[in-house]
Design a protein around this ligand. Sequence first.
Ligand code: AMP
Length: 234
Amino acid sequence: MGVEVEPKSASQPGSAARPPLVLVLLGPPGGGKGTQAKVLVERFGFQHFSTGDALREEVRKGTELGRQAKSIMEAGELVPDELLGELVRARVGGLRSGQGCILDGYPRNIAQAGYLDAVGQGAEIRVLNLEVPSDLLVKRLSGRRFCSNCGKIYNILFSPPRVEGKCDVCASDLSRRKDDQEEVIRERLRVYEVQTRPLVEFYGERPGYLALDGSGEPGAVSEKVIAAVGNWLR
Ligand code: AMP
């Protein structure tokens, strides 16, 4: 979560001559963006910027931004664009030649996509859309649990821990995100349909866009994701 690493080698996300790569992971809540982002970080050494993780961290630290975002997030709504603009500008604007950064959860509306185009001038923007049917999204989100200590993610329906409620790795208690409660899940999916889905058309007309079926097992989806990104990096 919020992992940031340097590229493992200059030849992976690109040679030094290559412009910075911004890889937008698009898809609904529960679509597997966070899971696949971690795989891509591991495989290609990209930086990873999850706006949701960044906001949760601000809430945890009790900053002014966290204070403004908390109730909005708990209701499943989008925080105002201007609260995230500076964070995104710093991340994207700070990329050097040959570096790559995954944007996980940004942009989430057309205005944010326009902002990304503006601050990402000079970078190569690629978009991978993970498509998942909504009944599966509800199962993934309502079953999702995470270790309150090490952050490992489980799903009590698909990938439960060995001991109920306890992390396999560190035996700490598992928690549920506040916005993974059923009524908030429904609102998040509604917000996705209204505000975020229009991005599929926005980006779909561009050359650097690819849609993948994200409904399989995480490992099977990862294979497709790695192949697609590897192809882009060639
Ligand atoms: P996520 O972890 O990506 O599901 O994000 C959790 C919550 O953070 C969302 O439901 C929103 O309230 C907020 N959030 C994350 N990214 C954005 C964004 N790009 N624009 C507005 N709100 C966001």
